[in-house]
Design a protein around this ligand. Structure first.
Ligand SMILES: *[C@@H]1O[C@H](CO)[C@@H](O)[C@H](O)[C@H]1NC(C)=O
Ligand SMILES: *[C@@H]1O[C@H](CO)[C@@H](O)[C@H](O)[C@H]1NC(C)=O
Length: 360
């Protein structure tokens, strides 16, 4: 034993030892990473190195301030958890780009950013146009991608949605789900004719959830969409049309849900209605309880009050109880982030994530 050991130590092959150790460590770690978390059949290892992604098509969402960062982390996590083979790349405004600590937080989260220029409507004589969110139109200008699916950062993905990257959309058009025009909370500034009788989901197939087809003869409300989920093909021509319409259309100053109303004007009779399951607005769990099936929902959209604003929710309320899911995802994000994090990564959690997510 003794002499043999000495023999090796002085052997000319000694330089190979580190190589053996590295190879061992490589295969060991690879194997360890492959043990699936829960029932997920995807390999996080491949996903994290980015090799598995098809980068001709992306998910995107707009983040213009720190308040939505918790939402973004959960959205990103839920896409990965449902095994998407596409990446979420977040659009950030110039203001965010200048917030260096915030930018470091995106990097620490492993979420690539796309900086987009501010989109500011030209001033009008007949009224003031709301601003601060028209950057939601920026994906039409991202012509380096074949397809972009625009999501909202107050959504979570519950089932794989990669079929949206293949789905047929009208030539020069988009696909998205209808608006729910029930106004169950009787929000006063919503249009007076937003009542269940006029809601496009009342006209949808209540058994299958198939949306009501849109024809030029459809009632006005069937032409309205929600911009939380939009499948689009980036195009300079379409982008220019959107900006031109924003700057010239007489209705723009009176729009109260501006970006989705603008899309409804520009894509009238040129959008494919998706089933509600691709943009399941949380109040619909109550106001369209007939049609809603929890097990069918692919994208849950937390419109109105956001789950991250309070850790309290009424577990017996059909709408508020959906917040439980968001908090479950968030707990996983927190565990992943802090697990083995160095001081810098911990500080980013404290300074950027914690203030954006309710602590009680
Ligand atoms: C975000 O998703 C990417 C894959 O696009 C993944 O590599 C990264 O770990 C995710 N980040 C978090 C915080 O979940
Ligand atoms: C809803 O869809 C089912 C299955 O395709 C069909 O049998 C039924 O007739 C539809 N209902 C209505 C009201 O169109």
């Amino acid at each position: 034993m003794g002499p043999y050991f000495i023999n090796i130590m002085s052997s000319p092959y000694l330089f190979l030892l580190p190589v053996f150790f590295s190879l061992f460590a490589y295969f060991y770690l690879r194997h360890a990473h492959r043990i699936p978390a829960g029932a997920m059949a995807i390999s996080l290892n491949e996903q994290e190195t980015g090799h598995a992604y098809d980068t001709t098509k992306i998910w995107t969402t707009l983040v213009s301030n720190r308040g939505y960062f918790g939402g973004l982390l959960v959205l990103n996590h839920s896409l990965r958890k449902t095994g998407s083979k596409y990446q979420l790349r977040v659009m950030v405004t110039r203001a965010v780009e200048n917030d260096h600590e915030f930018m470091r937080a995106f990097a620490a989260a492993g979420i690539p950013t796309i900086v987009v220029d501010d989109i500011v409507p030209k001033p009008r004589e007949n009224g003031k146009i709301k601003s601060g969110f028209w950057e939601k139109l920026a994906p039409w200008g991202l012509t380096e991608y074949e397809r972009v699916v625009l999501l909202d950062s107050d959504q979570v993905i519950l089932k794989n949605i990669d079929d949206m990257m293949e789905m047929e959309i009208p030539d020069g058009g988009i696909a998205c789900a209808h608006v729910c025009a029930c106004n169950p909370r009787k929000i006063p500034h919503y249009s007076k004719d937003w009542i269940p009788e006029n809601c496009p989901f009342t006209a949808a197939n209540q058994t299958t959830g198939e949306p009501v087809p849109i024809t030029p003869e459809s009632p006005e409300h069937h032409h309205l969409l929600n911009s939380g989920t939009v499948i689009l093909q980036p195009s300079k021509k379409q982008f220019d049309t959107l900006i031109h319409t924003l700057n010239t259309h007489p209705d723009v100053p009176n729009m109260w849900l501006p970006d989705q109303e603008l899309l409804a004007v520009v894509y009238r009779n040129r959008w494919r209605p998706l089933p509600y399951t691709y943009n399941a607005l949380k109040p619909m769990r109550s106001c369209h309880a007939n049609m809603w099936r929890d097990e069918d929902v692919r994208i849950l959209h937390y419109i109105l009050d956001k789950p991250w604003q309070s850790r309290y929710f009424d577990a017996n309320d059909p709408v508020q109880s959906t917040h439980r899911l968001w908090w479950e995802f968030f707990a996983e994000v927190e565990r992943d982030w802090l697990d083995g994090a160095d001081d810098k990564k911990r500080a980013l959690w404290e300074n950027v994530v914690v203030p954006a997510v309710a602590q009680e």
